[in-house]
Ligand binder design. Structure first.
Ligand SMILES: Cc1ncc(CO)c(N)n1
Length: 222
């Protein structure tokens, strides 16, 4: 069992609430109201700025060129991920500048600053565990939603599902899983597991809150 699987098993209920959140179910079914998706996507753009910083922090905390390269690769992938956000928002007439000027929601601030603070306080293992529900969870969700895409060529969220079910997304997730194992071999002692499990469960709950924010912002406009 990988360390990631151990963490996921320890946080099974939180993981299910995140990956099977009502936002995700509606997204997959194609009946998620567009305002909910739009609010989510703009907040996610702001989220990714902070996540890119967290990968920069991971590079800073590195001890070898391999660690530095992992941080750099995460930062690079995060910057590239925003092309999806910019493209989809452009389709609705929302510019990059408008996205950047949008106020961060509490759920966005809470999740991103939690990850950054955890990384500042802890070591590379703490930081990569805090980052892991993001990259690995989205690849898991993408893989699960992919068949819905094949069943419906007109799927309204096809581009989003395609992004997170891509081979690139799977590869990044597999690399994150392997790297966490590697960091575990370097730093983990049995006494540390409860703290790591707490970080993982907290970040996972923040992911669920992030989906909920999309639904709540759309509901508040009705
Ligand atoms: C909130 C959130 N979690 C994970 C990902 C995947 O990178 C994302 N873009 N946004």
């Amino acid at each position: 069992m990988t360390l990631f699987d151990e963490l996921k098993t320890a946080a099974a209920d939180d993981w299910a609430a995140y990956t099977h959140h009502s936002f995700v179910q509606q997204l997959g079914a194609g009946n998620l109201p567009q305002p909910a998706f739009r609010h989510y996507l703009i907040q996610d753009y702001l989220f990714l700025i902070q996540f890119a910083r967290a990968y920069g922090l991971a590079a800073y905390k590195g001890h070898s060129f391999e660690d530095l390269a992992k941080g750099q690769a995460g930062l690079q992938a995060t910057i590239e991920e925003t092309e999806l956000h910019v493209r989809l928002c452009a389709g609705w007439g929302i510019s990059r500048e408008q996205m950047a000027a949008t106020a961060e929601q509490p759920a966005t601030v809470a999740y991103t600053r939690y990850v950054l603070d955890t990384g500042m306080q802890g070591d590379l293992l703490d930081l990569h565990v805090a980052l892991s529900p993001c990259v690995i969870g989205y690849a898991e969700i993408g893989a699960r939603l992919k068949p819905a895409l094949e069943a419906n060529p007109e799927h309204p969220y096809a581009e989003w599902v395609a992004e997170y079910s891509s081979e690139d997304a799977r590869r990044l997730a597999d690399e994150a899983i392997a790297y966490i194992d590697q960091l575990g071999a370097r730093y983990l002692s049995p006494a540390r597991f409860p703290r790591l499990a707490e970080i993982f469960a907290t970040a996972t709950r923040m992911e669920a809150a992030f989906w909920q924010m999309g639904l709540d912002l759309a509901a508040a406009e009705e």
